[in-house]
Write a protein that binds this ligand. Structure first.
Ligand code: FEO
Ligand code: CA
Ligand code: CA
Ligand code: CA
Length: 582
């Protein structure tokens, strides 16, 4: 049995119910304010948002679209003050049908594509928290910064410079423009943000026309389109056309490290952490101080990974940590039916990872991480999203969002349901409760869905009391070690409702007692979530509100009720100023 290191704190709010209303609903006694929304200006002289007349130049000086991962970094660096901080948000992707009046699917104009390029990436904005707990951003700050799909970045680590990373525009294989589809992420103990490039495949076109069979096969393994892309950016930019630039996709699908405290910092794509559809990279420390990043590859039947650095975190010297993620070992998980598991090293020369099987170097293992993990016999999971260690207990939780393609013949103990529309969460205990271990034990924590469905499981808790929950995606932990779950896609689950946030103790007598805390507006998934260190503010990204509708027939006009829905970051507080959840 897994250790029960410490009881979680009791959760004090009364659960709300599922909703299909176009509103942000919270448990009684809580309020939220919109901190920043798509198009809000973040630079001196930037124009106010104007749906009818919005250019790439406007967008470059404004908050981007589809805010996903959120980080909250106190100012100044290392300060305990929670009232002034840098807020980071990923901008995963764009919904052009909700952004541009008269948008014609499959036939964007160059002006629209340029706005989309500028609306991807991430934002840094300075924020202040007022006495009433509400949070506002500063439209002008020396720290405010947009990172886009065009921002110059550096490729670092073992794969940097490899011929597969070289293009006509970059013969060095070390300089790349921008990041794409940045979903979740992580925050390092040295105050940098990790931003995960996820579904980068959708930006590229034309794998059928790639003449090099090796490259074509790897691209196919990563789901690159045989012909045109859905977004059609290739119509205006050759780098998205594989027939013209077959190596450009190898320069995406990485974990990107950004220092929000340094507005001049060149973002670094850390190739040592592998290339796949990265959901996030949540950080913990091994017992000996090495840095561990837990990572999911979010696609049906893909794998769970972790990276362990060679060097150790130095709390006394920030600079000494800044390149720790360039050297270390990448592992992929195998889960055995008896509840044990192993982290298998993705190291060139190890077992089948040799030239005879198509891997000529460690760089190739990292560029074609999926192919290498296939050879090692890793366990195929139901879409691994967040993997995150509970800072109170040390147990690691791995979120499987759903997999409706798993058949009855493909069911195993770690992925226990066919046609898994509702998702599940695994609990992992590293050997010796050490994040640096290479062996672990695992069990099921939640099997989500309608509690009346006999296939569901809530860690053994009384199913007549729990809130229905499905399609878990990103998780975080409060100061007592309770898990907070943000969902993505409950409208397509068996629950057919809006997404939301749910809290669940992981220890103690209420372990498994899931309670719904928040419900999002229509069409939105919920991202973040993340607490301030004092537990008094919970940030969440309300991503793609109104998705499924159009500008002409909107599904949502949240948050302002006019024009179009706007993806936004919200700050949630307890009305009495107390710690959230208590
Ligand atoms: Fe962008 Fe895996 O969710
Ligand atoms: Ca996600
Ligand atoms: Ca998380
Ligand atoms: Ca998701």
């Amino acid at each position: 049995a897994l250790a029960r290191a410490q009881a979680s704190g009791n959760i004090g709010f009364k659960a709300i119910g599922l909703s299909t209303e176009d509103r942000l609903l919270l448990a009684q006694g809580y309020s939220a304010n919109v901190v920043i929304r798509w198009g809000d200006p973040i630079a001196r002289g930037a124009r106010r948002f104007d749906l009818a007349n919005w250019s790439a130049r406007d967008q470059e000086a404004a908050f981007g679209y589809n805010c996903d991962y959120i980080s909250y970094l106190p100012l100044p660096y290392g300060s305990a003050n929670q009232n002034r901080a840098l807020l980071w948000a990923n901008h995963e992707y764009t919904n052009p049908e909700l952004m541009f009046p008269g948008y014609s699917a499959g036939k964007p104009t160059k002006e629209q594509v340029d706005v989309e390029l500028a609306a991807h990436g991430g934002s840094v904005v300075e924020v202040v928290r007022a006495a009433d707990g509400s949070v506002e951003y500063l439209p002008v700050s020396q720290f405010n910064r947009r990172i886009t799909a065009l921002t110059p970045m550096e490729l670092t680590g073992p794969a940097a410079g490899h011929p597969w990373l070289q293009t006509k525009a970059d013969p060095t294989g070390r300089r790349v423009l921008g990041m794409l589809n940045n979903c979740a992420g992580g925050t390092t103990p040295w105050g940098t943000v990790l931003s995960a490039e996820e579904n980068f495949n959708q930006y590229f076109a034309g794998n059928d026309g790639v003449s090099n069979e090796t490259l074509k096969k790897i691209h196919a393994r990563y789901g690159l389109p045989a012909k045109e892309s859905g977004r059609r950016w290739e119509a205006f930019y050759d780098r998205f056309d594989l027939t013209k630039e077959p190596n450009e996709p190898f320069r995406h699908g990485w974990i990107v490290e950004i220092d929000p405290y340094d507005p001049t910092f060149t973002p670094k794509k850390r190739t040592a952490l592998g290339r796949f559809k990265h959901e996030g990279a949540e950080i913990s420390l091994a017992a000996d101080g090495r840095v561990v990043a837990y990572m999911g590859d979010d696609e049906r039947f893909e794998y769970m990974y972790k990276f362990v650095s060679k060097g150790r975190f130095n709390p006394a010297d920030r600079k000494a940590n800044l390149d720790l993620l360039d050297e270390g070992t990448l592992y992929v998980a195998r889960l055995n039916p008896d509840g044990t598991g192993e982290w298998l090293p993705l190291v060139f020369g190890n077992g089948p990872l040799t030239a005879a099987n198509g891997f000529a170097s460690q760089a190739e293992v990292l560029i074609n991480t999926r192919g290498a993990a296939d050879l090692l016999g890793a366990t195929k999971m139901d879409r691994p999203e967040d993997l995150e260690r509970n800072p109170v207990t040390g147990l690691v939780y791995a979120v499987m969002t759903n997999n409706s393609r798993r058949t009855a013949a493909q069911v195993d103990r770690a992925n226990p349901r066919p046609d898994n529309k509702d998702g599940h969460i695994l609990e992992i205990m590293e050997e010796g409760n050490d994040a640096g271990a290479t062996r672990f034990r695992w069990t099921l924590f939640l099997v989500c869905g309608d509690p009346k469905d006999p296939s569901t499981f809530f860690a053994g808790f009384d199913k007549t009391k729990v809130s229905p929950v499905a399609t878990p995606d990103n998780i975080t932990f409060d100061r007592a070690g309770n898990m907070w779950i943000a969902t993505d896609g409950m409208d397509g689950s068996n629950l057919k409702s809006n997404d939301g946030i749910f809290a669940v103790p992981t220890q103690g007598p209420e372990r498994g007692y899931v309670r719904q805390f928040m419900s999002a507006p229509r069409g939105a998934e919920v991202c973040g979530p993340i607490f301030t260190a004092d537990g008094r503010t919970l940030f969440a990204g309300i991503q793609h509100p109104g998705e499924g509708g159009t500008l002409e027939k909107p599904l949502s006009l949240w948050p302002d009720g006019v024009g179009t829905a706007r993806p936004s970051v919200v700050a949630i507080r307890k009305d009495d100023g107390g710690v959230i959840g208590t």
